[in-house]
Design a protein around this ligand. Structure first.
Ligand SMILES: C[S@@+](CC[C@H](N)C(=O)[O-])C[C@H]1O[C@@H](n2cnc3c(N)ncnc32)[C@H](O)[C@@H]1O
Length: 259
């Protein structure tokens, strides 16, 4: 804890809902029952082989999906503090909300915050001053960061990639403002592995969550977006966070750097 700074209890995190079911339990038993082709009596063996290959492909994809550890909210809070606390130097926080991460930032960090929501930004400004940060939060979106190229040493965003309008444009902007080799920390709930019931639920729910939950997308593949934006992972942890009533929420902690 930084001397002279007001201790801050982390705010409860947003709901990370969507039911988790045993992935294998949703797949019909391999080869069970007559397929449509057998029922129809046309091209039976060929179609059955194609379906089997597709099913084998899905099973292999599930098998190769990175194993994710199941944790609870307290452990997530500890991990968030650890990851955010690794940043040093001039750090840009995008979608800084009401300053939920101030307590986790290292005391040497020169904080620059960006928050498009006016009410949150006003609260953020107050709390930033209380924590001794001098920069006024920027009224901007991640898709158009009003900072020069290579002007920050690090970027942090927690539970923001799910909300931005366009993750690819936002991440390209992050790369632009980040110094070469600069550190990035992204933490977010993410889409479940392919061919799972949870992923199907996330896909179905997202039009509603995006409309009614401040633009929150339940089905963002942020690991892929980060890789496509060219970020290299140094400590990447796919986790599942216990949550009620819908079950564990796939969550990604990404500590990496720009090449
Ligand atoms: C779920 S809140 C997370 C707030 C905070 N980072 C935290 O961890 O508690 C998402 C934040 O992203 C902000 N946001 C939404 N769209 C954004 C965008 N395009 N660029 C930057 N921030 C955005 C919202 O205003 C909101 O403050």
């Amino acid at each position: 804890m930084t001397p002279g700074r007001r201790p801050q209890k982390p705010k409860p995190r947003r709901s990370r809902a969507a039911p988790e079911r045993n992935r294998l339990s949703i797949a019909p038993a391999y080869g069970a029952g007559p397929g449509p082709a057998r029922v129809a009596g046309i091209s039976g063996p060929r179609l059955t082989r194609a379906r089997r290959r597709a099913r084998m492909g899905r099973m292999e994809e599930r098998r190769q999906a990175p194993a994710s550890r199941l944790i609870d909210d307290d452990e997530l809070d500890d991990l968030e503090r650890e990851f955010v606390g690794r940043l040093r130097g001039r750090v840009l926080e995008i979608g800084a909300g009401e300053g939920e991460n101030f307590g986790a930032l290292h005391s040497d960090v020169e904080w620059v915050g960006l928050e498009p929501d006016a009410a949150r930004r006003a609260e953020l400004a107050t709390r930033a001053r209380e924590w001794g940060h001098r920069a006024e939060p920027l009224d901007a979106r991640a898709e158009a960061i009003p900072l020069p190229d290579h002007s920050v040493d690090g970027v942090v965003a927690t539970y923001v990639l799910c909300s931005v309008d366009d993750p690819a444009i936002a991440l390209a902007e992050v790369r632009r403002v980040l110094a070469p080799g600069g550190r990035v920390v992204f933490i977010d709930h993410v889409v479940a592995p392919p061919h799972t019931a949870k992923r199907a639920v996330q896909r179905a729910a997202t039009p509603f969550t995006a409309k009614f939950c401040h633009g929150c997308h339940w089905d963002r593949d942020s690991a892929r977006a980060l890789a496509e934006a060219g970020f290299l992972g140094d400590d990447v942890r796919p986790l599942r966070v216990r949550s009620m009533p819908f079950g564990p929420v796939p969550t990604l902690l990404f500590d990496g750097h720009a090449p």
